[in-house]
Ligand binder design. Structure first.
Ligand code: 5GP
Length: 185
């Protein structure tokens, strides 16, 4: 039996999830973060093995064949997946946070029905578009793709256990921490 509980956090690209998650992780040292594998190239500031495991498409496909993922998905032209072994090891020690999108979140729920699914919403759709445009790491075509995807993801939020709005980072982190305290402790 594993000791911890799975918390899945989703939210559209540009919603500020990484900042919120940084605060959540910083507030509790008994939580660990599931580091995904991806074929997307690193963004400035991202650290191999902390933000993601950055792997080639060939390597990712090999890992799929080896059944190395609890779940994986392809979107915006890249693969993303949750490495199964790493997650099981972390769960032995305590609760784990997964930052994954809705398709993966619902797969996790099928495999681990007591996982808690939390969706982070932007204050408004206009605010999200603004954040995406000022991030500066994506082309117009990619921004359009990410916006379409964001709208679809926000429509999925009704299937989550909790929806929290990121209108203010500290407040959003505090709400997530109180959900974790209620469900994990
Ligand atoms: P980004 O490229 O902005 O880092 O992430 C794009 C999306 O991929 C985000 O919604 C993020 O939550 C999702 N994602 C990251 N890792 C995984 C994973 O292991 N599995 C799935 N299904 N989605 C992931």
């Amino acid at each position: 039996m594993s000791k911890g509980r799975l918390f899945v956090i989703s939210g559209a690209s540009g919603v500020g999830k990484s900042t919120v998650l940084g605060k959540v992780m910083g507030a509790r040292n008994d939580l660990s973060f599931s580091v995904s594998a991806t074929t997307r190239p690193p963004r400035p500031g991202e650290v191999e093995g902390k933000s993601y495991y950055f792997v080639s498409r060939d390597r990712f496909e090999e890992m799929i064949r080896q059944d190395a993922f609890l779940e994986y998905d392809e979107h915006a032209g890249n693969f993303y997946g949750t490495p199964r072994l790493q997650l099981e090891e972390k769960l032995e020690k305590g609760s784990v946070i997964l930052d994954i999108e809705p398709v993966g979140a619902f797969h996790v729920r099928e495999k681990a029905p007591d996982a808690v699914l939390i969706f982070v919403m932007p204050p408004t759709r206009t605010e999200l578009e603004h954040r995406l445009r000022t991030r500066g790491d994506t082309s117009e075509e990619q921004i359009k793709m990410r916006l379409d995807r964001a709208n679809w993801e926000m429509d999925q939020s009704t299937r989550y256990d909790y929806v929290v709005v990121n209108d203010q980072v500290d407040e959003c982190a505090r709400r997530i921490l109180s959900i974790i305290a209620e469900k994990a402790d």
